[in-house]
Design a protein around this ligand. Sequence first.
Ligand code: RIB
Ligand code: CA
Length: 313
Amino acid sequence: MPRKIIIDTDPGQDDAVAILLALASPAELEVLGIVAVAGNVGLHHNASNARKIVELAGRPDIPVYAGCARPMRRHLVTAEHVHGETGLNGPDLPEPTIPLQPQHGVDYIIDTLMAAEPGTITLCTLGPLTNIGMALVKQPAIADRIAEIVMMGGAYFEVGNITPAAEFNIYVDPEAADVVLRCGAPITMLPLDVTHQIQSTPERLEAIRNLGNRTGEAVHAMLTFSETFDLLKYGWAGAPLHDPTVIAWLLQPDLFEGRHCNVSIETASELTVGMTVADYWHVTGKVRNVTYLRNGNADGFFRLLTERLALLP
Ligand code: RIB
Ligand code: CA
């Protein structure tokens, strides 16, 4: 029986690869819907990009919703410097033909969780946590109904990427992240500690392009665009590939290693706002609210990603 998931996302080239990986795995995952959130770029582009991606995958049946256009309290911070003006620069994808769903994405999340058997739906978050935070504020009862929240976000041993202390998804909406991490639902975090080990080297990108399908072409064009900023910044053999690790966790959890511990969000200090403070050695005695993953098997990840992308058009 495939696992039912809702993907909350700010596509973003790496978000796109995560969505494609999920859609390439129908035996394990049933994508109920995709909700766009403001993050990498503005909501309008993210909602359009999400529709372009499901159509690229040959899945125009997947409903796409628009969620929140800005963080709960702070001004929106975006990342066009990484993802380009449209958020999905690189491939030349056609304008989407499927419409955006009329319902607000936050209400879709609430209604879907409240209508389903408790513990049967997993939330996969690939961007700022604004939609999930707002859903928890509007309908707190969803917290007990969520099977698991698997999020790309945070950093501790690897420090931040948008500031010295904070990872982008948490930094954009730290108040929403705080609400989510306190909600009591099972949470698994794929932080920069893991994603910085998952590097898209030229060989790995070439293997994807050599798949010979339109998906391989598009993913190669996406990642060879979005890698530019990180290759200059870090000087590594390949740029880190963040969001698809969320889906890989669901498909092959033994690719990752970490532990259950307390993770809390800094929301007060302007110097470290958005920092995910992981009590990895349990010195505080605070509730162990997160499965905090610290290591990932890059070869195994790219083997999984490449073989699944081959299954798409
Ligand atoms: O810090 C990496 C995260 O920020 C990824 O989700 C990327 O898509 C951006 O949203
Ligand atoms: Ca993202």
